[in-house]
Design a protein. Structure first.
Length: 50
């Protein structure tokens, strides 16, 4: 269960730190878990390209 909460905490922390806007945070929340899957796929592609 902890693994499911980590993305939420990470994004909430980014919002609290001012790294993302409320609109960006809301868009992420509305699209989760699809947004998380897309982010993970982008990270995998970046690793492959190195």
């Amino acid at each position: 269960m902890t693994g499911l909460l980590e993305p939420w905490e990470e994004m909430a922390q980014k919002y609290r730190n001012g790294e993302i806007t409320r609109e960006e945070y809301d868009q992420w929340r509305y699209r989760y878990p699809r947004s998380e899957a897309e982010r993970n796929e982008a990270a995998r592609r970046a690793v492959k390209e190195k």
